[in-house]
Design a protein around this ligand. Structure first.
Ligand code: NDP
Ligand code: A1CAB
Length: 289
């Protein structure tokens, strides 16, 4: 797989990894890491359902355990691991931490991918001194095109944060940020793939309204959003310059962009991102009780 832009060397060390919860997000991280060349034999994953565990093992080659039939699955997976990725919903993170706390070695790094669960909440649910990294990844990691913000906890050394960054680096852009910025990262890149897919959905509907066959409208929209995204990966690519290159003076695109501007689309996007960040803060308050 072609390597995305990153400032971190890609991990080549023989860490053993555990993915506790392997749904949309942890599943995407797992597949991205495998795509960057990490051996499946280094990875144990857990899910609740047996069928999901079977499918995951068949699809990826990792060991996949189901908590519904093996009550100790999370403990068994965490016990041998150097780095443990917590990939359950925010409301389940602290309980999962308490479940595995006694199985972790002092040097095992616990990486949360959950929105809104603070480092403090995670550290308080683990043994004192356990290294924690809080991350905000996104699902394009699965195709090696992710974006990840991460922050080290109180007991995580720079080397441990770098080791986690290096794991992500094989499948996406990685930036270490202050924890206070992670809700903003979530609002831009964590949720961001959904915004791009939403645009593709809306463009397809617009094509249909203009008389295109539904399949044609969907294919055109999909190819266009994917193609535009690919252009943004070229060295030195600037969204505004690429947009201007499509926009002929007094042409068709100019009329479309003027409509977006007149309808306040940039403001709507800013308000949507603000709503996402506010929701993260709200979930943090709910979890803190
Ligand atoms: N989806 C996204 O784009 C992003 C998600 N996140 C974060 O990722 C986390 C997971 O979200 P997402 O992947 O969307 O959710 P999913 O529901 O897709 O995945 C959750 C996974 O956790 C498993 N699971 C639930 N409880 C347990 C348990 N006690 N032990 C082991 N496995 C368990 C589920 O198993 P089963 O499948 O068998 O039910 C499932 O595989 C959330 O905290 C979210 O904030 C962060 C950034 C982006
Ligand atoms: O929607 C959510 O809560 C998660 C966090 C960012 C993307 N998905």
């Amino acid at each position: 797989m072609e390597k995305p832009h990153t400032d971190y060397p890609v991990d080549t060390s023989p860490h053993r990894l555990a993915f506790l919860g392997a749904g949309s997000m942890n599943g995407a991280i797992l597949r991205g890491i495998l795509g960057s060349g990490v051996e499946p034999s280094r990875i144990t994953a857990t899910v609740r359902g047996t069928e999901k565990a079977r499918d995951l093992a068949a699809d990826t080659g990792v060991v996949a355990l189901a908590t519904s039939v093996d009550a100790d699955a999370n403990i068994d997976a965490a016990m041998g691991a150097d780095i443990v990725f917590l990939g359950v919903k925010p409301v389940g993170i602290q309980e999962l931490c308490r479940e595995i706390a006694g199985a972790l070695r002092p040097g095992t790094v616990v990486v949360s991918v959950a929105a809104a669960v603070t480092i403090d909440m995670i550290e308080r649910s683990l043994a004192p001194g356990q290294p924690v990294v809080r991350s905000m990844p996104n699902t394009p990691l699965t195709v090696g095109r992710g974006a990840v913000g991460l922050s080290g906890g109180t007991h995580a050394t720079d080397a441990q944060v770098d080791a986690v960054a290096a794991l992500f680096a094989g499948s996406g852009l990685v930036r270490v940020v202050p924890e206070a910025q992670l809700d903003a990262v979530s609002a831009v890149s964590g949720s961001g793939p959904a915004y791009a897919f939403y645009l593709a959905e809306a463009m397809a509907r617009a094509g249909e309204e203009l008389g295109l066959e539904p399949t044609l409208a969907r294919d055109l929209a999909r190819a266009t959003v994917a193609g535009a995204g690919r252009m943004l990966e070229e060295p030195g690519a600037e969204p505004s310059a690429l947009r201007r290159a499509v926009t002929s003076p007094n042409g068709t695109t100019e009329r479309a962009i003027a409509t977006f501007d007149a309808e306040g689309v940039p403001d709507i996007i800013a308000r949507a991102a603000r709503a996402a960040a506010d929701r993260a803060a709200e979930i943090s308050r709910e979890l803190a009780g």
